[in-house]
Write a protein that binds this ligand. Structure first.
Ligand code: AMP
Ligand code: ZN
Ligand code: FE
Ligand code: FE
Length: 271
């Protein structure tokens, strides 16, 4: 089994750890390659790429784009794109600005409910990432407005609740084409989660390059099936831990094993 982890989050999106901490984990696990694939953000990759030495694992440019398909949340992973692509940079900037704007809209809706949460507090929780609902939830807990994190979603910011605001998305087709115009590979993330897998054939029609067969939320039978499916369709298979630095549903860095040829096949498809 090759030691690679192609799905890792940092505190440039909703992960807990800095890119430097992720590098340390990748070194400790003796990974050959790793990808920081933050949600709608490549800041962690840009931050880390010039800090690597010759003996370090390969850092692959990565991103996990939020794509909406009807009312489903689809995630499209991009790899080996040109990180200086102007169009990609502009789209990621738009994601950031729309997220921060949405944070303000959520606070305005909370105000209508008689709840005053200072934007500064939410920004403190967001740190170097754009504002997400977990940051608003943390601020609601800190202000004593709810007893715990999940109550914030149940009462205020969960889907259909009074302070819920939908987030900005692009479509799966736009995500795939954007990654391609930036000369990267477009991979459907965790097809076993939330029914994303049922659209694979449609996404292949948009030029999808592969599927993330190996993911902590796919059991070993599902992983095997997705790999076989990818091979049958002439698609790549990739995988990773989806590490966020928190306990719970995702794995630790390097905890998901990939077939030896995973990264080599990706490079082959690029050329
Ligand atoms: P956002 O991308 O800003 O809409 O935030 C989505 C994140 O909020 C998810 O990744 C979860 O971490 C968290 N989240 C969403 N719904 C819930 C819920 N019902 N309870 C707890 N956390 C949730
Ligand atoms: Zn996440
Ligand atoms: Fe995801
Ligand atoms: Fe992820």
């Amino acid at each position: 089994m090759a030691a690679a982890d192609l799905h890792i989050h940092t505190n440039f999106s909703d992960g807990k750890n800095s890119p430097e901490e992720i590098l340390k984990m990748a070194q400790e696990k003796k990974l050959e390659a790793f990808a920081i694939s933050d949600h709608d953000n490549i800041g962690g990759y840009l931050h880390l790429k010039d800090q690597l030495g010759n003996d370090d694992p390969e850092l692959i440019p990565g991103v996990e784009l939020s794509a909406g398909h009807r009312n489903e949340d689809i995630h499209i992973l991009g790899y080996y794109f040109d990180p200086n692509s102007e169009e990609l940079t502009a789209t990621l900037k738009q994601f950031r600005e729309r997220r921060n704007q949405r944070g303000i809209e959520m606070l305005n809706k909370l105000k209508e409910q008689g709840i005053n949460i200072p934007l500064e507090l939410v920004k403190e929780f967001a740190g170097r990432s754009a504002i997400g609902r977990p940051n608003v939830a943390d601020a609601l807990v800190k202000s004593g407005m709810v007893h715990n994190f999940s109550a914030a979603f149940d009462k205020y910011i969960g889907y259909g609740c009074p302070a819920y605001v939908a987030k900005f998305n692009i479509t799966p087709r736009e995500a795939i084409e954007l990654i391609h115009r930036a000369k990267g590979l477009a991979i459907l993330a965790h097809p076993g989660i939330a029914g994303a897998g049922q659209h694979i054939d449609q996404f292949i029609g948009f030029g999808l390059d592969g599927i993330e067969a190996f993911h902590p939320m796919h059991n070993s039978r599902l992983q095997k099936n997705y790999k076989a499916f990818a091979e049958k369709k002439g698609l790549l298979y990739t995988g990773g831990s989806d590490f966020h630095g928190r306990q719970g549903k995702y794995g630790q860095v390097g905890s998901v094993s990939l077939p030896d040829n995973t990264v080599a096949l990706m490079k082959e498809r690029l050329s």
